[in-house]
Design a protein around this ligand. Structure first.
Ligand code: SAM
Ligand code: DTB
Ligand code: SF4
Length: 344
């Protein structure tokens, strides 16, 4: 049996050890994941991130899951980069609804420097509202990652998506190594890394194990690990594929938490198609972050009021002071959000 020390940080996982975790009986798996989680976090807290698509559609890449690729007929209206005022209004609404992080996504292969300058303006404006910021803009050069870090960006999202072995079935226009290179630039610029993947794309169980091994064996664990359940969109090549068994999804979450216990593990896309009971199992398995708000990028998400009601029923609560936060200079913590210690 694998030597499972709940809460330990390791970067040398072997595939057979990951398979052994997946093979645990569910009570032991959940217990181990929840114990690991409690070594690093208050188990009642859930971090809330709100997404906004700042540039939608017409992406030149061919990611088989994505409604925004120009290669697939998905009926999506393409949009150019949104004006800063629109982004700022959305960020203010997200904050008023209780989100602590605002994530801006662009359907680009990689940003042009003139686009990056506009995104930097948005990051500075959103951060000045007292929100954590995250952007996902595709592949970055080292100097672009540095420019984002210099502007005060907190997180960069760039997913590995799946195992190296399954990757070629999903994307042909950029390599796994391209993704690892961007992640290296982001890490070296001192940004926090948001990196995870998608399940339910027709992958084998060993691809899920290998994807998690790749994530956990990075030089540092990504501080945020989004696990997306494929949102099937008509017109994409993956529409109609057999969905992942919900218990297998929960197992994937639990194993991610055991392998990266100090990271936020996010139950990302796919919650709308999931029962509240399955989402609850994900929380028990160590999920402590969700996308919060009625929309993801181009598809819908549960209504934010329903999410707040679910957390309340579970005796859980929105996290008020994210663990890794660096507030912008001069921005005071939100007075409505008392520090954790005072509320406990
Ligand atoms: N274009 C940039 C890129 O791909 O790096 C950033 C935006 S892209 C939409 C960000 C991530 O969203 C993808 O890496 C993928 O993991 C996730 N994603 C996209 N479409 C999805 C879908 N239909 N279901 C689940 N996750 C999806
Ligand atoms: C991530 O891992 N999931 C988000 C975010 N990072 C950018 C995107 C989910 C997109 C789901 C499909 C859509 O709404 O277009
Ligand atoms: Fe483009 Fe990103 Fe969608 Fe791939 S996932 S098609 S890179 S927007």
């Amino acid at each position: 049996m694998t030597d499972v020390r709940p809460g330990a940080l390791r970067h040398d996982w072997r595939l057979d050890e990951v398979h052994a975790l997946f093979a645990l009986d569910l009570p032991s798996l959940i217990h181990t994941a929840q114990s690991a989680h409690r070594e690093h976090f208050d188990a009642r807290d859930v971090q809330l991130s709100t997404l906004l698509s700042i540039k939608t559609g017409a992406c030149p890449e061919d990611c088989a899951y994505c409604p925004q690729s120009v290669r697939f007929e998905t009926g999506l209206d393409r949009e150019t980069l949104l004006p800063k005022s629109h982004v700022l209004d959305a960020a203010k609404r997200a904050k008023a609804a209780g989100a602590t992080r605002f994530c801006m996504g662009a359907a680009w292969r990689s940003p042009k420097d003139r686009d990056l300058a506009q995104v930097i303006d948005m990051v500075e404006a959103v951060k000045a509202e007292g929100l954590e910021t995250c952007v996902t803009l595709g592949m970055l050069k080292a100097r672009q990652a540095q420019a984002l870090a210099d502007a005060g960006l907190d997180y960069y999202n760039h997913n590995l998506d799946t195992s190296p072995e399954y990757y070629e079935q999903i994307i042909s226009t950029r390599t796994y190594q391209d993704r690892l290179d961007t992640l290296g630039h982001v890490r070296e610029a001192g940004l926090k890394v948001c990196c995870g993947g998608i399940v339910g794309m027709g992958e084998q169980p060993t691809d899920r194990a290998e994807m998690l091994r790749q994530l956990a064996n990075l030089p540092e664990h990504p501080q945020s690990v989004p696990i997306n359940n494929l949102v099937q969109v008509e017109g994409t090549p993956l529409a109609g594929i057999d969905p992942i068994d919900e218990i297998d999804f929960v197992r994937t979450i639990a194993v991610a938490k055991i392998m990266m216990p100090a990271s936020y593990v996010r139950l990302a896309a796919g919650r709308e198609e999931m029962s509240e009971a399955t989402q609850t199992l994900c929380f028990l398995a160590g999920v402590n972050s969700i996308f919060y708000g009625d929309e993801l990028l181009t598809t819908s998400n549960p209504a934010h009021k329903a999410d707040l009601a679910l957390l309340e029923r579970l005796g859980m609560r929105p996290e008020s002071t994210p663990k890794y936060t660096d507030l912008a200079p001069g921005v005071a913590p939100d007075p409505e959000h008392a520090p954790q210690a005072e509320r406990a």
